[in-house]
Write a protein that binds this ligand. Structure first.
Ligand code: EPZ
Length: 420
């Protein structure tokens, strides 16, 4: 297994190229199951979760080829409809194939994804919505067995909670259903918006894109001629590197980024003292000499993203004063706290709220990544710690960050990937 060895440096300088968004890529790859053609996808990030989903599609009979700057996914030959435990257990977002496979074939078996480090991660809302669309769903021996022999029927879905992959699953199922589906309390994340936009551009009638109420006119089982598309920039990767600039008090520029997707993150970094030069597809951070404390509550887009909570918690350890960070989406998304405390951070956890007393000088030591975003928080802390930090179990990091240590080395960080 690999680990990262990092030491602090005086400051970083230079430009970081932002990759395509993992959380846009996953539903868009699943969407190819609805296609009557070979689909060309550009700007897919080179991360483990994308490889896992492409492998799942291949296991089901699809053909995937990697060409210069694009991936070609042909699901016309796809004939298997069972997503097995061995793959699903490594990536719970495999649940995204449930809607498309059921809509296309009238039956589908997907291993229950199970929870993960950050929480129980139920999928009850996905299943309830599909049942409203006429699916018969049984849970048997750890598998979801879904059947819709006469195809899916458009329905009026009201999500009890905003669910990102739940919205994506139902949008894709509705695209092939008979009649109209309305989704109320839909997720508005940019990744869901891109899924809707690609389907719209491929001829699917969708209204309300980017709002909490989506209506989708289904094709009654007719496969879709999916256009070529390029994945939007990864706003969480971008936010993570902005935090790297803020925590090391370095001026760095991000390119191939979409500033419009980072409103809440930029606003919180401004509250903490940073300022920005923002162009169409680039952001330069101008950090402040002292970092101000902050109050953060994680919520659905466009509010502050839960996927940036760990990174801001690391940044808050360097703020002059007391920061309060409340995690409202997941029940166990503070696994990074104990590792940061071992580095010397002064953090008190009380239920879903972390109180961070800064500024604390952190010390490098051996730490363990526990989940994707916690891993990047430990990297940020390592950049300002005295001595060396070894970050272990970085397979978590590799699930969602494309070449993180190379991108940081490129702006002067002292960080290496080594073998245990
Ligand atoms: C997506 O997960 C992202 N993953 C997560 O990013 C992100 O943290 C999350 O949305 C919230 O923004 C992908 O897009 C692949 P949810 P998802 O369904 O869709 C509850 C990362 O770091 N819920 O929006 O699984 C759920 O328990 C990952 O890249 C139900 O109760 O999240 C949670 O409290 C981590 N029943 C809330 O809704 C359901 O059926 C939001 O979950 C579904 C969800």
């Amino acid at each position: 297994m690999d680990y990262l060895k990092a030491k602090s440096v005086k400051s970083l300088k230079g430009t970081i190229d932002i990759s395509g968004a993992k959380n846009a890529s996953l539903p868009l790859i699943a969407m190819t199951i609805l296609a009557q053609n070979s689909v060309n996808i550009k700007n897919l990030p080179n991360v483990a979760d994308i490889k896992t989903l492409l492998k799942l599609l291949t296991n089901l009979g699809a053909c995937v080829s990697f060409e210069e700057q694009k991936v070609v996914v042909d699901t016309v030959p796809l004939h298997e409809t069972k997503a097995t435990y061995d793959i699903v257990k490594t990536m719970r977002a495999s649940i995204l194939v449930l809607g498309p496979i059921l809509a296309r074939f009238g039956h589908c078996e997907v291993s229950l994804p199970g929870g993960c480090a950050i929480g129980q991660r139920p999928i009850d809302l996905h299943l309830k919505a599909l049942e409203q669309m006429g699916a018969e769903i049984e849970i048997k021996a750890g598998y979801i067995e879904a059947r819709a022999p006469k195809g899916l029927q458009g329905a009026n879905i009201i999500f009890d909670k905003i669910t990102v992959t739940g919205t994506a699953n139902i949008v894709m199922a509705a695209a092939l259903a008979r009649g109209k589906t309305t989704i109320t309390n839909a997720a508005r994340e940019p990744e869901v918006v891109q899924l809707c936009e690609v389907l719209q551009a491929s001829g699917v009638k969708i209204d309300g894109v980017g709002t909490a109420v989506l209506t989708i006119e289904g094709s009654a089982g007719k496969l879709i001629n999916i256009i070529d598309f390029s994945i939007i920039p990864d706003r969480i990767e971008a936010g993570t590197y902005l935090c790297a600039g803020a925590i090391t008090k370095s001026e760095i520029t991000l390119i191939n980024v979409e500033p419009k997707h980072l409103g809440a993150v930029l606003s919180k970094l401004e509250e903490m003292g940073s300022s920005f030069t923002i162009e169409k597809n680039s952001i330069t951070i101008h950090p402040s000499e002292t970092i101000k404390p902050v109050k953060i509550v994680t919520q659905e887009y466009p509010a502050f993203p839960t996927d940036m909570q760990a990174q801001f918690l690391a940044l808050a350890t360097q703020a002059d004063g007391v920061s309060i960070i409340e995690e409202k989406l997941f029940e166990n998304r503070f696994m990074h706290v104990s590792e940061l405390q071992r580095m010397g951070a002064d953090i008190t956890l009380n239920g879903h709220t972390a109180t961070v007393n800064g500024k604390m000088q952190l010390s490098g030591t051996d730490v363990m990544a526990t989940d994707l975003r916690a891993s990047s928080a430990l990297v940020l802390a390592a950049l300002v710690s005295e001595g060396e930090t070894n970050i272990h179990r970085i397979y978590h990091l590799d699930r969602g960050y494309d070449s993180l240590e190379k991108k940081l080395e490129g702006v002067g960080a002292n960080i290496k990937r080594l073998k245990e």
